[in-house]
Structures are given as structure tokens and as C-alpha cells.
Design a protein around this ligand. Structure first.
Ligand SMILES: Cc1cc2nc3c(=O)[nH]c(=O)nc-3n(C[C@H](O)[C@H](O)[C@H](O)COP(=O)(O)OP(=O)(O)OC[C@H]3O[C@@H](n4cnc5c(N)ncnc54)[C@H](O)[C@@H]3O)c2cc1C
Length: 423
């Protein structure tokens, strides 16, 4: 921590509820606590709130998903039960209604994903922050929380030096560990862990994987889309498959299809040192036809050109077959056809958490009560958003759970201050 001395921006009155972290979960906690009539101060490390939310807007801002429950809840895997209870309080419809309150209409895309009509995050965030200010939430940006005092006071680094404040209840919504340049760097795992909070290590989720391409493949095909493809794998003794799209990178593979399977792939790599995913590169053609077509005489054409022409594969898919079989393996039509239908990708490791869309791990839900409060800290401390130990695929499931948990933690913090149990 830098120089000492009171930072001028800290509230002179004791905040009733301090929200630490100004992402969607923290902002929703602030809204919920303020709606119950308590004083709310929100502290944010960066110079402005909602930076990751704004970046999500670059991809169209997939706010939530149109999938009905309980299918929706199932996207949270092992945490479906706990998160289902959050969704009972604030689900996808409630989220869309909430956005409508800021004049932001939403639509359900063909994939079921829900977006604002203009696919932008900035107007929604601007309207939200304006409303929170009007409602009396006090914002303190450039206040980076660095830990807790022995008496539960919050310590901050600010441009004016070190500062501290003590609230009657705190909501921590510090985010996970992905894209740390946007503010959520996971540093809280150190100082909250030291206070006895039960925290599962942060891990990359919705992430790419390294494969270790040959230099030739990486140089020529990094960034090429692989679409459509069908991924095949075995789980619980059963054959599973999922159609989708992915992208080759300089070191491996990323994209929505891989993200959707990333939890399972990450766990397999942890258990076995690698994970094998089989890709059907030609979902529209059956094995027999591919074999027959490839077996046709190739005349004066190169084997690569013959492969592309006869099987309909584009350049990157054909290069993947090459990469897998080598030139010598391309002489047997049955092998080529089998490889096109089940190309084995050996995934060696997940890409670093800083590159992932989200993170798994965090404050374990078992350590919290139904209001997301930990008994380990005093004054009462509540937790929300991606810093909790759950994960979900992309598709709007991440933001939905962040909003819902923020609402629950904010309400519970306000009730703790007001001395009221849940209504
Ligand atoms: C590129 C990208 C695209 C995405 N697109 C989507 C999408 O379309 N749909 C979707 O559902 N999800 C999407 N996500 C995920 C989604 O944005 C996150 O899950 C969500 O923002 C997490 O909300 P949060 O409030 O828990 O944490 P964050 O949004 O990470 O906010 C945490 C806040 O806490 C602050 N903070 C951290 N440490 C401290 C500290 N010590 N003191 C004070 N403040 C601190 C941070 O600066 C940050 O502002 C995307 C993520 C990325 C990276």
C-alpha cells in the first residue's frame, strides 16, 4: 500500500452497505440494497465501473438465454440446484424486464441467445449507473480494496493514498480471474483466503486449448474458422456429440464449441494429462460416400487438391487431415474417410486464465448461506457474481447468474443492516 492518510472520496458517514466491485453483480447488489432503503457506497478499483460488461457488448451483449427452465438451470452443471434458487428470484424473463426498465428492448436470436436490440452494452450501463446515482448510490472509483483490517474495516489504495472505511455490511463482487486488464484479477483470493474463506482455485473456463500444431499448420491456418463441425466424445460410458463452430489458433483451438465443452476438457486434462476430442469435419457426408469419392482417380492433381475437391473440405479442414495423417497416410481412402469423420484432436492444456472468457472456482457455495453470506467474516460479508464457485457455458448464462446473485446478496446485506430476515 502506498502513502497513508484519509482519502477525500471516502464517505464521511459510515456506509451502511459497502459494495466492493462495480461489475454487473456489484451494480445489481447496489440497486437491490438501495431499493430496501439503506445507504450504499460502491467501491471500484478501476476509473469506471462495468468494464467487462462493456467488452461483452463488443460481442453483441448476450444478456441471457431464451431456453426454458429447468434446461436453463442444467447449464450450471453441478451447481444447478443452488443457482436454480437464485433464478427463482431473478430469471431470464426478469432480466429482460429489468433491461426494459432502462428503455432497452431485447430479442431472442436464432440460437436462443438474448441480446439488446442494438446489441450494445454502453447505453444500458449508462442508464443503469445514472439511475443508481439518482437513487443515492455513492460511487468511489479508483478505490482498489487491498484487504480487511482485524476489525473487518476495508482497506483501499486510492490515488490520494491509502484509505479505510468500515461498513455495517459488505458485498464483495470482485469478479473472477479472466481478462485481468479489465479489473478482475483474482488478487482477492489471497486476502480473503487469509481470512479463512473457503475458496476453490480459480481456473480458466470458456477457454481455448493448446494442441501443438506443426509450425507449417500454425503459420498458414491460425485464425481459420472450422465450421460446421461435430465434436464427439464419451462421457459416463455414453457417446456424446455437439455440433458447432470453432477457430484454429497459433497454438490450438478456441471458439464456442470448445468453450461449451471446456469444463469437461479441463477436468480430463487434469486427470489424464490430455483430452481427446474427435471432430467430424464433414457432418453432411457419410463415411461411405467420402471413401468412394476420395478413391476416385486423381489424375494429375496434387493429393491436397484431390482431397479438397473430392470431399468438399475447405483449406483448413483439409490441412487438419494432412496434419493428422501426414502425406503417407493419404493413400488409403478408408483411413482418409475415417479421419474426416472422426479427426482426433489431442488437447494438451487449457490456455491461461487471463485469456479465458470466464473463470471457474472461487468462493465455495457450501461456505455461504442462502443470502450468500459467509459466517467467517464480521461485519456481515456477502458474495456475488463470478467470484463464486460456479461456471457455465457462454450463451448469456454467465451474466444471468451474476445479476441474480448480485440481487440476492444486495438484498440480504440490506436486511442484515435493517435487522430483518428475508420477507
Ligand atoms: C470478452 C468477454 C465477453 C463476454 N461476453 C459475455 C456475454 O456476451 N454474455 C455473458 O453472459 N457473459 C459474457 N462474459 C462474461 C461476463 O462479462 C462476466 O461473467 C461478468 O462480467 C462477471 O460479472 P461480475 O460482476 O461478477 O465481475 P466483473 O464484471 O469482472 O466485475 C468485477 C469488478 O470488480 C472490480 N474489482 C476487482 N478487484 C477489486 C478490488 N480489489 N477492489 C475494488 N474493485 C475490484 C473490477 O475492476 C470489476 O469492475 C464475457 C466476458 C469476456 C471477458
Amino acid at each position: 500500500m502506498s502513502a497513508t492518510g484519509p482519502a477525500p472520496s471516502l464517505p464521511e458517514t459510515l456506509p451502511a452497505v459497502a459494495i466492493v466491485g462495480g461489475g454487473p453483480a456489484g451494480l445489481m447488489a447496489a440497486q437491490a440494497a438501495r431499493a430496501l432503503g439503506v445507504e450504499v457506497d460502491l467501491f471500484e478499483a478501476k476509473g469506471s465501473v462495468g468494464r467487462k460488461f462493456l467488452i461483452a457488448g463488443k460481442g453483441g451483449l448476450n444478456l441471457t438465454h431464451g431456453e426454458p427452465r429447468p434446461g436453463f438451470d442444467a447449464r450450471y452443471g453441478e451447481r444447478a440446484g443452488e443457482i436454480g434458487r437464485w433464478l427463482d428470484r431473478f430469471d431470464a424473463d426478469a432480466l429482460r424486464e429489468w433491461a426494459r426498465g432502462f428503455g432497452v428492448e431485447t430479442y431472442v436470436g436464432s440460437s436462443g441467445r438474448v441480446f439488446p436490440m442494438d446489441r450494445k452494452a454502453a447505453p444500458l450501463l449508462r442508464g443503469w449507473v445514472r439511475r443508481l446515482r439518482e437513487d443515492g448510490v455513492r460511487f468511489h472509483v479508483q478505490h482498489r480494496c487491498t484487504g480487511l483490517d482485524a476489525d473487518g474495516g476495508l482497506r483501499f489504495d486510492t490515488p490520494a493514498g491509502a484509505a479505510r472505511t468500515r461498513a455495517r455490511a459488505c458485498v464483495f463482487a470482485l469478479g473472477g480471474g479472466s481478462w485481468p486488464q479489465l479489473g478482475s484479477d483474482g488478487a482477492w483470493t489471497g486476502w480473503l483466503g487469509a481470512r479463512g474463506l473457503d475458496i476453490a482455485p480459480l481456473q480458466p473456463a470458456n477457454c481455448g486449448f493448446d494442441i501443438g500444431w506443426s509450425g507449417h499448420f500454425a503459420q498458414r491456418h491460425a485464425g481459420a474458422p472450422l465450421k460446421p463441425v461435430v465434436a464427439h466424445w464419451r462421457e459416463g460410458g455414453e457417446e456424446r456429440s455437439l455440433q458447432g463452430e470453432c477457430v484454429t489458433t497459433a497454438t490450438g483451438i478456441e471458439g464456442s464449441l470448445v468453450y461449451a465443452l471446456s469444463a469437461m476438457l479441463r477436468e480430463r486434462i487434469a486427470a489424464h494429462g490430455e483430452a481427446v476430442l474427435e471432430l467430424d469435419l464433414a457432418p453432411g457426408r457419410d463415411l461411405e460416400r467420402l471413401q468412394r469419392d476420395f478413391a476416385r482417380p486423381r489424375g494429375g492433381r496434387s493429393v491436397g487438391e484431390h482431397l479438397r475437391r473430392q470431399t468438399g473440405l475447405d483449406a483448413v479442414k483439409a490441412a487438419l487431415v494432412f496434419e493428422t495423417l501426414g502425406k503417407d497416410g493419404l493413400h488409403d481412402a478408408a483411413t482418409v474417410a475415417r479421419t474426416i469423420k472422426r479427426l482426433p484432436l489431442r488437447l494438451l492444456r487449457a490456455r491461461p486464465i487471463a485469456e479465458a472468457i470466464s473463470s471457474a472456482g472461487g468462493v465455495r457455495l457450501q461456505a455461504l448461506d442462502a443470502g450468500l453470506r459467509s459466517g467467517a467474516l464480521s461485519p456481515p460479508a456477502f458474495f456475488a457474481g463470478e467470484m463464486l464457485d460456479w461456471e457455465a457455458p457462454t450463451g448469456g448464462y454467465l451474466l444471468t447468474a451474476c445479476f441474480a446473485s448480485g440481487l440476492i446478496a444486495g438484498e440480504a446485506a440490506a436486511r442484515a443492516v435493517l435487522g430483518r430476515a428475508a420477507d
